[in-house]
Write a protein that binds this ligand. Structure first.
Ligand SMILES: Cc1cc2nc3c(=O)[nH]c(=O)nc-3n(C[C@H](O)[C@H](O)[C@H](O)COP(=O)(O)OP(=O)(O)OC[C@H]3O[C@@H](n4cnc5c(N)ncnc54)[C@H](O)[C@@H]3O)c2cc1C
Length: 289
């Protein structure tokens, strides 16, 4: 199908984008990789009057290491994350997740920030960002807002982002002490969205005690789920199989899966349990070097 008629602008600076969004944000959509927006327009689930293409703005395509954070710009593609030495050295969860996003065509165009802004409950990046305690940085003509990922997504395809705001980057805290994490994903076939995805993140102090824990789930609820009770069970404890089994049980309880073509609710909940335990074990192995 063809999308409904729309106007198109391609600004070359962030300030121009913000001016357009200030003027026409309610009827406009930012176009990044187009890998979610264009299919939705073709299916007539979305019919913005104006597309604001941000692909011609220099400086938004960098992954920087600054102020204790990994900063991922709005035009960093999934495949940029796959190929990033900085990511593979500093964040195991992101490095594990990136190759799981769809297929090479989508990974070449789609962006991490676009995925987070799109807030598809089947999207992998939001879980990674929830587990890692990331912030979303949004700018408008009124200034900059730094929104904790845990407050950013409010429902399926719904966020706290204003129509006048552009996500300019996400900031992912670097490990404090020694850290590790991973992302595990079950999919029916290569390139599919997740049947279940689990992101984990652990920080350990010098004595090996867990000082910070992140667990988030993909495709098992109306939103990506931050498994807060499971995270809290880990903090302040020494890692062990029994502790990880307890956290896995709490994560399984936090899921709200439904029966669908990808599997029964019971099956998916059990995958969450098994994957969480496995992903915490891998996170610990990474943290211990
Ligand atoms: C066949 C196929 C398979 C896929 N499989 C997976 C998968 O396995 N896992 C997965 O996680 N994803 C998957 N995706 C989705 C893909 O990851 C998209 O790239 C991503 O969801 C959206 O990123 P984008 O840059 O393409 O955003 P776009 O499609 O350009 O935009 C999506 C939405 O976000 C908004 N937006 C984008 N960037 C910004 C910004 N900087 N500021 C404000 N708003 C913004 C847009 O206005 C729009 O509403 C798949 C897509 C396809 C087509």
């Amino acid at each position: 199908m063809y999308p409904a008629r729309f106007e198109y602008v391609a600004p070359t600076t962030v300030d121009e984008v913000l001016a357009v969004l200030a003027d026409r944000g309610d009827e406009a959509k930012v176009l990044a990789g187009g890998q979610s927006l264009i299919p939705m327009m073709k299916l007539r689930f979305a019919f913005p009057e104006l597309l604001v293409d941000v692909n011609h703005i220099p400086g938004l395509d960098a992954i920087d290491d600054a102020d204790g954070h990994l900063r991922v710009g709005a035009l960093v593609r999934h495949n940029d994350v796959v190929g990033s030495d900085m990511v593979s050295r500093t964040n195991h969860t992101m490095a594990a997740a990136a190759p799981w996003i769809s297929d090479p065509l989508v990974r070449n165009l789609g962006t991490l920030c676009g995925s987070v802004a799109h807030a598809d409950p089947l999207g992998d990046w939001a879980s990674v960002m929830l587990a890692c305690g990331a912030d979303v940085v949004a700018r408008s003509t009124s200034g900059e807002r730094v929104i904790p990922m845990a407050d950013f997504i409010t429902g399926p395809f719904t966020t706290t982002l204003e129509p006048t705001e552009l996500v300019t980057e996400v900031r992912v805290p670097k490990y404090t002490g020694t850290g590790g994490g991973t992302y595990v994903k079950l999919e029916r076939k290569v390139g599919d969205y997740a049947t279940v995805g689990v992101a984990t993140h652990l920080d350990l102090d010098g004595g090996g005690t867990i000082t910070n824990a992140g667990i988030a789930l993909t495709s098992v609820a109306p939103n990506n789920v931050k498994a807060v009770e499971a995270e809290q069970a880990l903090v302040g404890e020494a890692p062990s199989d029994a502790l990880f089994a307890e956290a896995a049980e709490l994560a399984a309880r936090a899921a709200e899966p439904k029966d669908d073509v990808r599997g029964s609710a019971e099956y998916k909940r059990n995958v969450v349990r098994v994957f969480t335990r496995r992903a915490l074990t891998t996170a610990l192995e990474h943290a211990q070097g």
